[in-house]
Design a protein around this ligand. Structure first.
Ligand code: ZN
Length: 287
């Protein structure tokens, strides 16, 4: 699943190509993808245009000229593919050349056609992703359910320490909880814990203040760097130009089990389960 850096990359890439184009046609091939009434969905979108794209956690928010908002979540296998003649801007799960050749294909669930004949496809193999129209009020309510965004100015050391107060679970489970911190998934949680030298299964209530501050700093640092390099490609992510994300080369532990730790060069990276998720760590560096 794309995490914050990957979704942010899609947002930035799509902003360059889909804004201020009149939506001429909306085709819903799979009603299930639309949360709410599909006919109403089409009626509201037709004739309008996207004026801005924002993001909260892993959720994309397309602002419409009508004042409504189109919420888009890619979940496990969603892709957004924009095509203007032969020029393609695509992001999301596992985009291969085959996905881009014959559009629409059998996985194209919703198709937008703009006045200049360019098109935006929402493709999704497993159909966990969704699109939903929301009013300003609904959008604000949904945004409030998400936790702090590590790239926003409200993500401060104080707010982070406050969130950790009186928590009893494991640090990785905390980092993955979207209601507390929005946007961190399995890849970046492991990388953050590794750089902080803290085992992902450490109990929050026995972390020192220094360790908590380190984790805070690394959340910011690692996600910022990942956005700079347009995310991580791991089997299932290509940025909106269909290119692999450049952060892969900076990964230290994610999917590196059995290889030598790049920090201590003494121990091998191990794999365990934390909260049901495959988790990589160095048994020597991480306490
Ligand atoms: Zn190590």
């Amino acid at each position: 699943m794309p995490e914050l850096p990957e979704v942010e990359t899609i947002k930035r890439d799509l902003e360059k190509v889909v804004l201020k184009k009149k939506i001429k046609e909306v085709k819903v091939e799979k009603k299930k993808i639309v949360r709410g009434d599909a006919a109403e969905f089409v009626k509201e979108l037709k004739g309008g245009m996207f004026v801005k794209i924002s993001r909260v956690g892993k959720l994309l928010i397309f602002h419409l000229s009508s004042g409504l908002f189109l919420l888009v979540h890619l979940k496990m296998t969603g892709q957004l593919i924009f095509k203007k003649k032969e020029k393609i801007t695509a992001g999301g799960h596992n985009i291969s050349n085959k996905d881009l050749e014959n559009l629409p294909n059998k996985y194209s669930r919703i198709i937008f056609t703009f006045a200049d004949k360019s098109r935006l496809f929402f493709n999704d193999i497993r159909q966990f992703g969704y699109m939903k129209l929301a009013s300003e009020k609904e959008k604000t309510a949904i945004e409030k359910k998400y936790g702090l965004d590590p790239l926003s100015s409200s993500f401060t050391k104080e707010s982070f320490l406050e969130l950790l107060e009186n928590k009893k679970g494991k640090i990785k489970t905390f980092l993955l909880n979207q209601n507390l911190i929005a946007g961190i998934g399995n890849i970046y949680a492991d990388e953050i814990c590794f750089e902080a030298k803290v085992r992902p299964d450490r109990k929050i209530d026995n972390l020192t203040k220094k360790e908590k501050e380190k984790i805070f700093l690394l959340c910011k640092l690692i996600l910022k760097k990942a956005v700079k390099y347009k995310g991580t490609t791991f089997r299932d992510f290509r940025n909106a130009h269909g290119k692999p994300g450049g952060f892969s080369k900076f990964l230290k532990v994610y999917q590196k089990e059995k290889s030598l730790c790049p920090s201590c060069h003494r121990a091998k990276i191990e794999k365990m389960k934390v909260g049901g998720r495959g988790t990589r760590f160095c048994p020597y560096c991480q306490k």
